[in-house]
Design a protein around this ligand. Sequence first.
Ligand code: AMP
Ligand code: MG
Length: 417
Amino acid sequence: MKETIKDSCTNEFDPNALEEIQAINKIISTIKPIKSSEQVRIKNALHRTVSSPIRASINVPSFENSAMDGYALNLNDLKSNKFKLTEIGVSYAGKPFSSNLRNGETVRVMTGALIPKNADAVIMNEMVSKQGKFINFPKNIKKNQNIRFIGEDIKKGQIIFKKGDKLNFSSLSILSSLGIEYVDVFCKPKISYFSSGDELVVTGKKLEQGQIYDSNRYLLHGLLKDLPVVFSDLGIVKDRKINLIKKLQRASDISDIVITTGGVSVGDADFIKDALKEVGSVGFWKIAIKPGRPLAFGKINNSYFFGLPGNPVSAAVTFQLFVIPAINKILSQKRKKIILLKAISKNKLSKKLGRTEYKRAIISIVNDEMYVETTGLQGSNIMMSMLKANCYIRLSANISEIKQGDVVEVMPFGTEL
Ligand code: AMP
Ligand code: MG
């Protein structure tokens, strides 16, 4: 008979653990934003955070122009000329025809081309008929049709970006449309991280019995790579308090944020919390979530410390839930709202009351209804179910059971407001 594989991890609920929201609030209120800023070319400003307000020094568009390829005309001229006007020139984008229209005249215009000052509509090519130089117009033309107005996108003097705004591809387009070459952004916070554990081996070496490859430094590399931070990988440290103390001290000297993985729970070889106590201070070290209950947060001199759990899934979840908001705060960004969707659970799920649980899952849409299904084993060591997932099912502390067909909260990956 085929045996069903069961999750090997069944964390017991810990009444002393800090609730998830309290933990995030504690982190946010502890962290002081970076003050230093630098001037960078706008291409290098992608994903960076604006450090002082940016105002528009010109209107966009800066001149009235056509939204279509067509003909510019003055509506007053139409009836008296029996809706037939004479083409007297062409205005191209960048090569304007700048004279005013006289009675009975029209100018052919391209999209983005300056339109004559006294024109008050543009009719698209497809709506007119031509007889040599004469153009026949339809009867139902509206004033201002197909005209792009001065400042309709951006008004001169308007504040476009505030301190703390994060720049994206639209921002780069807007900054360049204003002729701006350089922007002031907050300096990138420096982050360093290391793995702790006697069992850890670097890739490329042969595993001895009981050893595993260190995957968390690659996980962190992947999580940090696209963020506006400078980071350094400080390798692997053995489970010895003195080694951890030395490394933490060195890491804090060169970093705004120090991240470790492993050694943070209550096993005989878990020394991170003790080492942190020696070199800095512990803010909290247990939170009521699964995966990720042991999470140490504290300070070492002027740097903030995150001791993430050793299990890769727990390290990833706690990074996403706690370290990302910390990085945002250090960069003065406004607090993001996490988008939660509602979906019908395809699984029966059960959990302990009193802690928030995140299940790796995948969203699907059938007949306009959104469904969600877990992606496999949910132990905090099981990375394959993370790989397959495109969302987490979020089960709040007061939930103990979900029946198949119940509506659950879902947090899609990569979405925040
Ligand atoms: P710990 O938090 O040190 O008790 O580790 C919890 C689990 O995560 C153990 O199974 C460790 O072997 C594993 N683990 C710890 N660090 C790493 C790492 N860097 N890469 C992969 N697994 C790890
Ligand atoms: Mg360990």
